[in-house]
Design a protein. Sequence first.
Length: 360
Amino acid sequence: MTSATAAAAPTRSARSAPSAWHWCWLTPLLLLLAVMAGTAIGETSIPLDSILEVLANRLWGAEFPVDRIDAGIIWSYRLSRALLAACCGAGLALAGVVLQALLRNPLADPFLMGISAGASTGAVSVAILGLGAGTLTLSLGAFAGAGLAFGLVVLLAHAAGSGTGGGRATQAAGAIILAGIAGSQLFNAVTALIIAKSASAEQARGIMFWLMGNLSGVRWDDVALGLPAALAGLAICLWYRRALDAFTFGADSAASLGIPVRRVRGVLIAAMALVTAAMVSMVGAIGFVGLVIPHAMRFLVGSRHTRLVPASALAGAVFLIGADVLSRILVPGQVLPIGVVTALIGAPAFALILIRGARS
């Protein structure tokens, strides 16, 4: 691809996208409406005025008379759950945006690097094998496993040749993809072995439910971890938005524009790996968010990362809140794993994206 073509493509994309930032003023409103819906809708519907009164009581010391059971459900269960769903959706969508740009692979998503599989192994090791002798929580064990998996993938990719930049950028991206596949298979096998060998029937059921994505045990401590992680991921993506535009046309093109390919790629992949690890450690493996959301947003706002990054973060947040609401109401009296809902929605959506992309 020539430099003229590379320069013209984003311009055409920008012209096809909605003008400038006319949609930005809707962002806080859409997110607020999604959080309110996630708090109000569930096994038992709660009126909006009750939610507002509980928030006023908690945040500003008002003294509205609210049923204590409703107040507990709103503050201690649903609101924290909706906020963490928003953080996870935003973080996973951002990771998908970055990986698809860096690796130039439309199928790249946050779990490509084996992070989800490593987190699963860490959680299973704590819950079943008692790793840490009671000093590690399930989330800390999952986070440690995710970090270990990421480190293994990086070492394997480096040994396969991904440490080189410049003219070997294609080989580097391919090595990372293959290393992620290998790491995922390894840690999935270890997880299955631990469950089959050491878990009771009840333990196996609980772990399998968590592995498919579970927001049921979310509390405010989780939000205190998820919110900074999502905001940090958003800030890093916005800081490197021009570099991501350049990477869209290949690492060679980015290097020709003066971008330090190895350093920028390393920073972005490490940052997104840590964001994903933080989210997976709290809610388990949730698929299709990082795969579908970036593609959908490219159709709406174009491929320039100045727009694509915030749009994907917002859409990921709203999508996962909606999926969480559906997980609570699809089967009366039962809460489904949120990963089941995202797969049911994401798989057909991704099929439509592939068909539309092929036709265009």
